[in-house]
Design a protein around this ligand. Sequence first.
Ligand code: ASP
Ligand code: MG
Length: 415
Amino acid sequence: MALIVQKFGGTSVANPDKIKAVAERVLRKQAEGNQMLVVLSAMSGETNRLTDFAMEMQQFPDSREMDVLLSSGEQVTVSLFSMAVKAQGKQGISYLGDQVRINTDDAHTHARILSIDTEKIQTALDKGNVVTVAGFQGVAQSGDITTLGRGGSDTTAVALAAALRADACEIFTDVEGVYTTDPNICNKARKIDKISYDEMLELASLGAKVLDIRSVTFAKQHNVPIHVRSTFTETEGTWVIEEDSEMEGRVVSGVTYNKNEARITISGVPDQPGIASKIFTPISDADILVDMIIQNQDTGNGMTDMTFTVARSDYERTINLLNEIAEKIGAREGVHGADNITKISIVGVGMRNHSGIASTMFRVLSREGINISMISTSEIKVSCIIEEKYTELAVRTLHDAFELDKENMPEEEEL
Ligand code: ASP
Ligand code: MG
């Protein structure tokens, strides 16, 4: 008998009728001879609604109380779900994070799962129950309720699948899977059948809408295969799994973009030991995350420039901070930047053993007259910073050039 973990997101359990439909779907799977462990999110919109209430009480709501509050959303859906199971004449039982014990650290509102006691769940499953566990919540050693951060139910599902050595972990959502690019801007975007953990992590900005990225890190560590699929159809979705040789055959798996970045340059920086640290230490002390960094070579006068990117929401703050730093270190040409940029990336494990992928990307962008202002590469990704207004054009032309709409990859000469 197989043990299957199925997680349903907020849109799948948005109202009592949808909860009934999900219960019926789960019971059909059980009737095929499987043990069923279900993880649910709160009804869609509920966590936001509760957050708004909290903001009416305190400008910065107390994080312990926030967890008591937010965990109530999932308490509603799991109890209703179990009732729906019983209404079908079947056995079901729901558990909250502290009843199972999903043990976490005490970082309220962004806790990390440390361990899970599986005994209670296993016993209930063995008795024939559909077991339902509230997603997104756990319990600290103190006994206080914790939550895992927004979107955390996916991680609950993967962690339970790992702890119980489930045969499958299925994440049900309102789209059919992970696509080669954003279907909203490229109508040729194709659903990917299978993708490696590493590619999924790099495609975060595409995938994050369907799968919380922390759950992928967890799945990779514990080698849990994830099947992301739609609640509203029977169609196979996308498998997120360990890399295999077939995946390596395809050089590019997806095109992704991030409009949430800003570029900043500090010019006329003395080219001396310790300068990078004098620039970036105060920035990290201010909790500003820096993504790409480029330092130019000394132009011959003992001076250099540094360009880097930060989240767009940190742009003003970083510019102000950097102006102070520029004064201190005697950066003579000052600070400038732009927040109307996009980072566009191509991702694929096949890049490890194919050359010329980056240059193809540059050629494709230049053919469209799109200027690249920064470039960074990793083993399985090439990213370029371009002007934001060219985002859609760049996504579509790269998707075409690498023939991502086709199941099989093109011959290299065709690129
Ligand atoms: N209900 C939580 C949220 O909306 C957790 C989840 O749905 O994964 O973020
Ligand atoms: Mg989600």
